[in-house]
Design a protein around this ligand. Structure first.
Ligand SMILES: *Cc1c(COP(=O)(O)O)cnc(C)c1O
Length: 354
């Protein structure tokens, strides 16, 4: 049994995907070909935003979002400590300082109450300028955007929604990718919507941000890529990946139903044995991971292994515990909930063809 069975998905979609890839080989527009535009339009419709700007991967998407918000040295950007490294890495990469925030024990997402405390502490210290929040839709569940938006407004901060795992999630009928001032996603093969290599995208309703993103992703282009009006990067989605994604996006709504049915079955069977995932009222998860918590995680994982069922740990190390962030000076115990999660979470196989 596979943890994420990409082969089963390919067998299901093979004819359509093969035809889409062949069409790109036939027309030969490998960079920014017509499939890229078609995909961006379809993604905007699905997510419910004005603009989608595709790019090379989810990490670049975060970097591009921070560039658009002019995040730089001296700025504080708040993000959960319990997340994938790229969320915090890109903040530091731009020269700004990541300020870590503890998690909500039930949803695994950034804790709004702790966020407000950390913003107040940063303001009181007076060394850094609070600029933005990167909220992560961890394991497929959107973060608590109603609460986060109130805090962002109160302190005049922008929200970047890291929806790398959240694509397909919802709050009260609104889709993930539409909650941030800018949102980012990843099409890494194992994500809920993945391609056959690296890929990513940004979502926004802001005209100015969309223009800047299109410039930054092609060397800070002005009227064309040989007219360079700002320092940018090279971060485009390959046409072949866009072609694959068009077919995977068409299959995505049914896969999302399948993932939710699988999650419901897991919860029905496992409730009582473990703490099962919590999906708050009005929320929909895209189940990037189905994550349990157990006091003796290693013993539990061994039981699954003995029966040929793969399990994984996302994540065993918080950001404040990472060697690369040692210089920020955090201590064990600074984020009690996130540290407890890092010690006790493990995930079961999850995909649309389980
Ligand atoms: C996967 C992931 C990213 C990075 O995406 P890549 O496409 O691998 O660069 C960023 N944030 C989160 C939360 C992720 O899970």
């Amino acid at each position: 049994m596979q943890f994420i069975d990409l082969a089963a998905q390919y067998q299901h979609l093979k004819e359509k995907i093969d035809a889409r890839i062949q069409a790109v080989l036939d027309h030969g527009h490998y960079i920014m070909g017509p499939e890229v535009q078609e995909l961006e339009q379809k993604l905007s419709e699905y997510v419910g935003v004005k603009y989608t700007v595709s790019c090379a991967n989810g990490t670049d998407a975060l970097t591009l979002a921070l560039m658009v918000l002019d995040v730089k040295e001296g700025d504080a950007v708040f993000c959960p400590t319990f997340t994938f490294f790229a969320t915090a890495e890109t903040i530091a990469f731009e020269g700004a300082t990541p300020v870590f925030v503890d998690s909500d024990e039930d949803t695994f997402n950034i804790c709004p109450a702790d966020l407000e405390k950390r913003i107040e502490a940063t303001l009181a210290e007076g060394k850094l300028k609070p600029k933005a929040i990167i909220a992560v839709d961890l394991f497929g569940l959107p973060a608590n955007y109603p609460a986060l938006r109130e805090i962002a407004d109160k302190y005049d901060l922008k929200i970047i929604e890291d929806a790398a795992q959240g694509f397909g999630g919802e709050i009260n009928g609104r889709r993930a990718g539409s909650f941030g001032d800018i949102a980012t996603t990843s099409f890494f093969p194992a994500k809920p919507l993945g391609c056959y290599g690296d890929g990513g995208a940004l979502f926004t309703n802001n005209d100015e941000y969309a223009e800047l993103l299109k410039s930054y992703r092609v060397h800070g282009k002005g009227k064309d890529k040989y007219d360079n009006v700002r320092i940018g990067m090279n971060s485009r989605l390959d046409t072949i990946q866009a072609a694959v994604l068009l077919e995977k996006l068409a299959a995505f709504p049914q896969e999302l139903i399948n993932r939710n049915e699988a999650a419901e079955k897991y919860t029905a069977e496992l409730r009582g044995m473990y703490k099962t995932p919590v999906v708050p009222e009005g929320y929909v998860s895209s189940w990037a991971q189905y994550t349990l918590t157990a006091a003796d995680r290693d013993a539990e994982m061994a039981k699954y292994k003995a029966r040929g069922i793969p399990t994984m740990v996302y994540y065993g190390t918080c950001m404040h515990q990472q060697t690369a962030f040692k210089a920020l000076g955090y201590q064990e115990g600074d984020f009690p909930t996130a540290e407890k999660l890092a010690r006790s979470v493990f995930s079961l196989p999850m995909h649309g063809y389980l």
